[in-house]
Write a protein that binds this ligand. Structure first.
Ligand code: ASP
Length: 341
């Protein structure tokens, strides 16, 4: 074989190899998108609280993996033109089935050893909103909240009435022990043994929330939770109270909160961020930062928010917040402590 022929076959082999490798390569979420890419943005949280940096590395890895998977799912949907409300529901359903998070399966226990789930969803286009509270048997509270928004003239349904409505809508119900997990059970038993005295329940809250701006320019927000470990049965937190834990308005932003619900209710945090933007001209980052750093008590929680221009805000005043952020400019990050998005 001549030198010319052997070098051309080496070149061919190389070209085939490079082509095959590029087909197998996983999509690179941080690759620079084309300049004409329409704007979309997405943030999610998996709860804020005292998350020690020396917590089990495998647990940290598991959280980061779950957050990345959820972020990747939302990113793919938004990039292909899905509506923000569909993205919010789909990503939260994924979290509700993930036992790592305090939403759906993996929800915390009430003082008397049960689970009571709350959720809310809101559409920025027309301020449509729906919420459910104190559910004991609905597998995906976020979907039921959406049905309340779309199929009733109400905003909030609770307890038995909400569960009867789930049956009417064909929304899946499960046995109450479906939500049990050994880790949350241990957390509850620890709470009973020590925390009622110290008042220091729920150091790591793990509620989930998603906010999104779609390429059609519409915002949506959703939040889902089991509430606080050891809460009284019948207690409702900020999550299903529109304006407290969840809010979206296409003129300003979409917000989902996590933390000590009572404090978020008191300051109507999600609505206050939107109102601050509209009334003072603050951008979403300034508005979220003011609420978290200047208005709320220290060490109570965090928020994620997306402005109508796609700016993302992820603010917390606790040790950490499980969170992720992605947008059409190529951002794709998950974080737990101060580093990260
Ligand atoms: N805010 C939720 C509640 O108080 C709890 C959380 O965010 O983890 O019910």
């Amino acid at each position: 074989m001549t030198a010319a022929r052997s070098s051309s076959s080496i070149f061919l082999l190389l070209a085939v190899f490079v082509f095959a490798a590029s087909c197998d390569a996983p999509p690179n979420p941080t690759a620079t998108p084309p300049a004409d890419q329409p704007t979309w943005a997405l943030a999610l949280h998996g709860g804020a609280g005292a998350i020690p940096r020396d917590s089990s590395p495998s647990l940290q890895r598991a959280h980061r993996e779950s957050l990345s998977e959820a972020l990747d799912r939302g990113r793919a949907m938004l990039a292909s033109g899905a509506e923000s409300l569909d993205v919010v529901e789909a990503v939260i359903r994924q979290f509700e089935d993930d036992p790592l998070f305090n939403a759906g399966r993996g929800a915390v226990y009430t003082h008397d050893g049960r689970h009571e789930l709350d959720a809310a969803v809101m559409r920025g286009e027309d301020l449509g909103c729906g919420a459910v509270a104190a559910l004991r048997t609905v597998r995906h509270p976020i979907t039921l909240a959406r049905r309340v928004m779309e199929r009733t003239r109400h905003v909030l349904l609770v307890g038995e009435g909400a569960e009867a409505f789930a049956d009417e809508m064909g929304v899946e119900r499960v046995a109450p022990n479906f939500f049990d997990t050994p880790a949350r059970r241990r957390q509850w038993l620890d709470y009973l043994a020590t925390e009622p005295q110290t008042g220091d329940a729920d150091r790591d809250k793990s509620t989930v929330g998603v906010v999104a701006l779609d390429i059609h320019g519409h915002l949506a927000a959703g939040t889902s939770t089991g509430g606080l470990t050891g809460k009284r049965f019948g207690r409702v937190g900020d999550v299903p109270l529109i304006g407290a834990g969840t809010y979206a308005d296409d003129r300003s932003c979409a917000v989902s909160c996590t933390g000590v619900g009572e404090e978020f209710i008191r300051h109507n945090v999600a609505y206050a961020i939107s109102a601050r933007m509209l009334l003072t001209g603050a951008d979403v980052r300034q508005a979220a930062r003011t609420l978290i750093r200047e208005v709320l008590d220290p060490d109570v929680g965090g928020v994620i928010a997306v402005g109508r221009d796609g700016t993302l805000a992820l603010e917390f005043n606790t040790q950490g917040m499980y969170r992720g952020a992605a947008d059409s400019k190529g951002r794709f990050e998950v974080g737990i402590w101060e580093e990260g998005p």
